[in-house]
Design a protein around this ligand. Structure first.
Ligand code: SAM
Length: 252
């Protein structure tokens, strides 16, 4: 049952959604006021009404819902890319993972969830304002104990040895030697780049160091209108987010 401080997603009939933490306050919506404390004791999946009698559903927010509504000042990794990155980095319970730069913390959250309570993410960010936003997002989603934030420019390298490194900075090719040094033998690296010329520079660096299994991917995801008698794709789609480069470290 829903308790004080739990996060809930309220879904209205017009598909409008709100994600809030249940506390002793009110939420103003376009369909009237919701007294959040009245949600305590209800179950996820239950129906409820605003003070105006407008119905809504109480759902458990998925990480993907949180990410699409999160506070952010940077570009984030899209959920369509996140899943593949998590698999290619082979993120699992207990892993030590380096995430740089942490930006708004979207990818950091996905990694933090996957490593479980015994793993650690070392999250590097050179801008204090971005680090603060990421810290607040990670705290809101309950992953603070798994993430160590570092206000640091990665040009000076990393302080840890890691099973996996995720690199999302504008000039990733400059940090490939640092990544090689900090990865454990056979560890995995994933780099995201919005443009192909960045990928070229990254590839040259990976080939110049002891990396194997070098792969470049792009993920195209097309959504369909879920209408049984007229099943067809939406007319528009997100055509490009980022190229994903993967590789594995071998020892020198
Ligand atoms: N992966 C993040 C997410 O999913 O929310 C988004 C990362 S954002 C595109 C890139 C971040 O890298 C920015 O916050 C930027 O300040 C940071 N950054 C860029 N160069 C850096 C460096 N040399 N050291 C540390 N952080 C850096």
């Amino acid at each position: 049952f829903i308790k004080q401080d739990d996060r809930v997603l309220l879904l209205f009939e017009d598909d409008t959604t709100f994600i809030v933490q249940v506390q002793d306050n009110i939420l103003g919506t376009h369909k009237g006021v919701v007294e959040l404390k009245n949600l305590i004791g209800k179950a996820y999946g239950d129906r409820a009404e605003t003070k105006n009698g407008e119905p809504f559903l109480i759902l458990r927010p998925r990480l993907v819902d949180e990410i699409f509504k999160m506070k952010r000042k940077t570009q984030i990794v899209y959920p369509k890319d996140m899943g593949y990155i998590l698999m290619m980095l082979d993120i699992k319970e207990g892993d030590v993972v380096i995430d740089a730069g942490v930006g708004s913390g979207a990818m950091c959250a996905a990694i933090a969830r996957m490593i479980g309570p015994d793993g650690k993410v070392f999250a590097y960010e050179r801008r204090e304002d971005f680090k603060k936003i990421a810290e607040a997002n990670i705290a809101k989603w309950g992953f603070s104990e798994r993430v160590v934030f570092k206000l640091k420019d990665i040009k000076d390298g990393f302080d840890e040895k890691a099973n996996a490194i995720f690199l999302d900075v504008p000039d990733p090719w400059n940090y490939i030697p640092h990544c090689h040094k900090s990865l454990l033998g056979s560890g995995n690296i994933a780099i995201v780049c919005p443009t192909t010329n960045q990928v070229q520079l990254v590839l040259k660096e990976l080939h110049g160091h002891a990396f194997v299994d070098i792969e470049v991917w792009e993920s195209l995801l097309r959504q369909y209108k879920p209408v049984p008698d007229r099943l067809r794709p939406f007319d528009r789609m997100v055509a490009h987010t980022a190229f994903m480069v993967f590789a594995r470290k071998v020892n020198d």
